[in-house]
Design a protein around this ligand. Structure first.
Ligand code: MG
Length: 158
């Protein structure tokens, strides 16, 4: 694996952990607002991001490389409401999809087939991540704050 690709994978580990912090921050915000279901859903989301970081780290180790965690930048801490939280979530997942696409491009340029193959799983995962964020966003857009409580109850089951 080339130095350039190692550097990019390490940057993705840091990006996944930033995402984990973002979603945990959103979870705290929603819990504080009294939405336990949304908070629960977002905490699970945060845990998934840590899993993504671990997957990349284990892959690097399997290839004889050293994963590194860089400094994690501060994440947003407040929102105007639930709708804005999910608008930000959907926007962020689209951004992550672009990061993965760029990583695959680098892996292709570095002629690293194994890493390209490894990253396809992340491409599939991003389709799901975008769809689940958009699914909740669509529901929120169609309802009012009373309806939020109904969605909140549903999300407790995640
Ligand atoms: Mg992720």
């Amino acid at each position: 694996m080339t130095e350039r690709l190692q550097k990019e994978l390490n940057e993705q580990i840091t990006a996944e952990l930033w995402s984990a912090n973002l979603y945990l921050s959103m979870s705290f915000y929603m819990q504080k607002e009294g939405y336990e279901g949304f908070a629960h859903w977002m905490k699970k989301q945060s845990e998934e991001e840590i899993e993504h970081a671990c997957k990349i780290a284990l892959y690097m180790i399997a290839r004889g490389k050293t994963p590194k965690i860089d400094k994690i930048d501060v994440v947003p801490q407040s929102w105007k409401g639930i709708l804005e939280v999910f608008e930000d979530t959907y926007k962020h997942e689209k951004h992550v999809s672009q990061l993965i696409d760029l990583l695959i491009k680098v892996a292709a340029e570095e002629k690293d087939n194994a890493t390209q193959n490894f990253l396809w799983e992340f491409v599939h995962e991003q389709v799901e991540e975008e769809a689940s964020a958009l699914g909740i966003l669509d529901k929120l857009r169609k309802t009012n704050p009373t309806g939020y409580l109904f969605i909140d109850a549903q999300l407790k089951k995640r």
